[in-house]
Design a protein around this ligand. Structure first.
Ligand code: SAM
Ligand code: SF4
Length: 445
């Protein structure tokens, strides 16, 4: 192995996957690797996978295939594939057969063992370890890169909800909340290293603590985080609508640093489909939650996830989803075609929807949401928003980008030295998906 070993980590899927990828990168640095983004000079490439939809899996399989050519050029290259795709029951053998050039296979539950797996691979051993169950002790102390402006912090792992389309509970296990002290300590350490914004992560943050014998629910945890000196923004994801309490909405409203952005996945607008998805709320209940949010947090930005083409979805059911989009006024929505996941109840439901119908519905939904998102951004024009400056814009490095508390991305001209600080930006223009603004005051926090 060379002296100056480099690791490149690629994360696919949700923020949980990104957070796990960060843990794997950090473990690699303990094994003597330096983080890098250049695949061509990498000594170790880690792919942390997602299996929520077939399209994600195909993309990842393509990437793993590409790495074969890289390994032919550099036979010392080690390739590791980890996470949800590997954890699926019966998947490991199939994947090993398809990609014999991979050196390390690891599931979602044994990430903390990654250092030992790297050492084996460096001794030219192929390794595959997929634990059936999680290790609670190691989950209490995950490693993260220090010194970043923004960081993700797990507050719980797994999920108890078993939505009938979803593979997540099958590959990440039942819900396990971390102790509040461990979470607050991790956030404190991150803040001491320069972090200004944290996102608290859970498949359903709203049910945080229910599996522990403690007197601390998610609202209490948010309050504790809000008291951490130097932490200037707190975000959280994901809120299951069935567990969104009045107490939580009140806590966000009275908080100082808790951002007014709630990602509240609706999934579908028809009560019949919601029932068959096992979402445990009705459209009426969902709308009552939105009403409460609008009452206590009139400026809050609401985003959502929507699925079209769930088995048995009629044209009338689909129209109910469009109707909800019109009623709620989301600032943004992530829209998906239903994807059959083997082992989930929906995969064997009758009346699977043909691909052309799913595609057509997805396009209609996206067109409608694009109009609603544009309307949302237009309501921001002329107003001034607090923005955390993140760095140069990807499309124009002479300008900077940052996010509002509502998580809207904005581009503006400013001195690069403002990176990492809070500024006030007046919104001037919006087209496609972007907002453009001008700084009206800087270093406001
Ligand atoms: N725990 C979160 C929640 O309850 O919304 C997110 C879970 S999942 C990683 C993110 C999104 O993927 C879901 O909200 C859902 O819209 C979508 N999704 C999950 N399974 C899917 C499937 N089989 N087909 C299409 N979309 C799916
Ligand atoms: Fe999947 Fe439902 Fe759990 Fe979200 S709440 S991870 S969609 S089972």
């Amino acid at each position: 192995m060379p002296e100056n070993k480099k690791v490149v980590t690629l994360a696919y899927g949700c923020q949980m996957s990104e957070r796990d990828a960060d843990t794997l990168s950090e473990i690699s640095t303990q094994e003597g690797y330096t983080r890098s983004e250049d695949l061509a000079t990498a000594d170790l490439v880690i792919i942390n996978t997602c299996c929520v939809r077939e399209s994600a899996e195909n993309k990842i399989l393509g990437k793993i295939g590409e790495l074969k050519r890289l390994k032919e050029k550099n036979p010392n290259l080690k390739i590791a594939v980890s996470g949800c795709m590997v954890q699926q029951p019966g998947a490991l053998e199939r994947l090993q057969h398809r990609a014999p050039h991979v050196d390390i296979w690891a599931g979602t539950h044994n990430l903390q063992e990654f250092g030992r797996l790297i050492q084996k691979a460096e001794n030219d051993q192929k390794v595959a370890e997929v634990w059936e169950k999680p290790n609670m002790t190691s989950e209490a102390t995950p490693l993260a890169e220090k010194g970043k402006l923004k960081a993700n912090v797990n507050i719980s792992y797994g999920c108890n909800n078993f939505c009938t389309y979803c593979i997540v509970p099958h590959v990440r296990g039942r819900e396990r909340s971390r102790n509040p002290e461990d979470i607050i300590n991790e956030v404190q350490l991150l803040v001491e290293s320069g972090c200004k914004e944290v996102t608290l992560l859970g498949q359903n943050v709203n049910s945080y603590g229910q599996d522990l014998d403690i007197n601390c629910d998610f609202a209490d945890l948010l309050k504790k985080a809000d008291e951490i000196s130097g932490l200037l923004r707190i975000r959280f994801i994901t809120s299951h609508p069935k567990d969104l309490s009045d107490k939580l909405i009140e806590t966000i409203a009275s908080g100082k640093h808790i951002c007014e952005h709630i990602h509240l996945p609706l999934q579908a607008g028809s009560n019949e489909i919601l029932k068959r998805m096992n979402r445990k709320y009705t459209r009426e209940y969902y709308l009552s939650r939105v009403e409460k949010i609008r009452e206590l947090l009139p400026q809050a930005s609401l985003t959502t996830d929507l699925i079209v083409g769930f088995p048995g979805e009629t044209e009338e059911d689909f129209q109910q989803t469009l109707d909800m989009v019109n009623r709620v006024h989301y600032s943004q929505a992530f829209t998906f075609m239903y994807s059959k996941r083997s082992g989930t109840p929906a995969a064997v439901m009758p009346d699977q929807i043909p691909l052309d119908v799913k595609k057509h519905r997805l396009q209609q939904l996206m067109n409608l949401q694009n109009d609603r998102s544009l309307e949302w951004r237009q309501t921001m024009m002329g107003k001034v928003y607090e923005v955390l400056v993140e760095g140069p814009s990807k499309s124009n490095p002479n300008r900077l980008t940052g996010r509002t508390r509502g998580n809207e991305l904005v581009i503006f001209s400013a001195d690069p030295s403002l990176q990492g600080s809070f500024v006030n930006v007046r919104m001037l223009e919006t087209h496609s998906w972007t907002l453009f603004g001008e700084i009206v005051s800087s270093e406001i926090k």
